[in-house]
Design a protein around this ligand. Structure first.
Ligand code: NAD
Ligand code: IPM
Ligand code: MN
Length: 351
């Protein structure tokens, strides 16, 4: 029997609640499909930071390198500044393991309270391919003249040819397996040096894929289109920050943040990939047992798919759809009264 070693990092806030439920569902899928998930849990979190002064141990990344996959809840909680928690755990893992693709599929699931719920499910199925290792999320910059009238902050974006080429190529390869359409999120009309560079590389790679229809869309207009005509979108490729914003928007139009999974993928597979929900630790509802575990469960399905367990991944997706379409067990964000545990258990049982 194949055994996969998975590092589980529940993290902070609702990350802890939803990870427990997702593990329950994934274990049920593993048992049914005859493979093993060998979990190792890490307490890396803001709580750990408060106790030890570090989000993870110094050799944290090295410890994770031995695993087949990383399953992350969420990072960040009031009391620890976000730049400390995020640069102390989430971002170093994404970068150390060259997880340069942040894959964020969204589709309109049954039983959701989408602002576009009148649309049929096949109309609304997109995947955001977000650049995950550079761009606007650079460490180049800083604060200057603190406390003085001329105080300012500087932030440099870093777009490398290698970095832009590989993410755009990934989007085109993905589009070949889907509808054959890629939309690039850009801002080439503004005075931003990086975007004409991005557009140029997009055009070059587009020429390599005559079978895929590549188009460019300004990020502002794309945001509007995502709400008003999302059916005209399939694969959407964007820089780190554009992709971040678009993925919450795409989640919102397909039923909310509680429904959107995400994979931080290392495409060559030389390092482990990391799977998490798109949402964060939701301090406003943490500890109340009402977070929607679906996003984390779907992130688990993405992890199974990535590990090559396609049948099990399909079964998890189907179980989620079954429970959502029945509508009897739904968390408050879906208009119901169920707890995180009740929804997790219903999905595990549907398997
Ligand atoms: P958030 O995604 O945590 O929450 C935004 C809103 O959506 C909140 O009202 C929340 O209650 C709701 N929500 C999110 N997930 C939900 C779920 N599963 N079920 C029901 N409602 C849900 O974003 P935020 O408030 O901007 O950030 C909170 C913290 O999380 C910050 O510290 C932030 O840095 C961190 N964060 C971490 C990650 C990550 O670990 N990958 C991602 C995003 C934000
Ligand atoms: C996400 C999050 C992170 C990001 C934050 C918490 C740094 O919003 O995973 O979408 O922007 O990458
Ligand atoms: Mn985000």
């Amino acid at each position: 029997m194949t055994e996969y070693r998975i590092a589980s990092i529940p993290g902070d806030g609702i990350g802890v609640d939803v990870t427990v439920e997702a593990r329950k569902v994934l274990d049920a899928a593993a048992a049914k499909h005859q493979f093993g998930l060998q979990w190792t849990e890490f307490d890396w979190s803001c709580e750990r930071y408060a106790q030890t002064g570090a989000m993870m141990p110094e050799d944290g990344v090295e410890q994770l390198s031995a695993f087949d996959g990383i399953f992350l809840g969420a990072v960040g909680f009031p009391g620890v500044p976000d730049h400390v928690s995020l640069w102390g755990l989430l971002i170093p893992v994404r970068r150390a393991f060259a997880q340069y693709v942040n894959l964020r599929p969204v589709r309109l699931l049954p039983g959701t309270a989408s602002v576009l719920a009148n649309r049929s499910a096949d109309e609304l199925e997109m995947v955001i391919v977000r650049e995950n290792s550079e761009g606007e999320y650079s460490e180049v910059g800083g604060r200057h003249n603190k406390g003085q009238p001329g105080e300012f902050a500087l932030q440099e974006s870093v777009f490398t040819r290698v970095g832009v080429e590989r993410i755009i190529r990934y989007a085109f390869e993905l589009a070949k397996t889907r509808t054959g359409r890629v939309c690039s999120a850009t801002k080439s009309n503004g005075i931003i040096h990086s975007m004409p560079f991005w557009d140029e590389i997009f055009a070059e790679i587009s020429a390599e894929y005559p079978e895929v229809r590549g188009e460019q869309c300004h990020i502002d207009a794309l945001a509007a289109r995502m709400v008003q005509a999302p059916d005209r979108l399939d694969v959407v490729v964007g820089s780190n920050l554009f992709g971040d914003i678009l993925s919450d928007l795409a989640a919102a139009v397909t039923g909310g943040l509680g429904m959107a999974p995400s994979g931080n993928i290392n495409p060559p597979g030389e390092y482990p990939s990391m799977f998490e929900a798109v949402h964060g630790s939701a301090p406003d509802i943490a500890g109340q047992g009402i977070a929607n575990p679906v996003a984390q469960i779907l992130a688990g399905a993405m992890m199974l798919e990535h590990l090559g367990e396609k049948a099990a991944a399909g079964a998890v997706n189907a179980a989620v759809e079954k429970v959502l379409s029945e509508g009897a067990v739904a968390t408050p964000d879906l208009g119901g009264k169920a707890t995180t545990t009740e929804l997790g258990s219903a999905i595990a049982e549907a398997l």
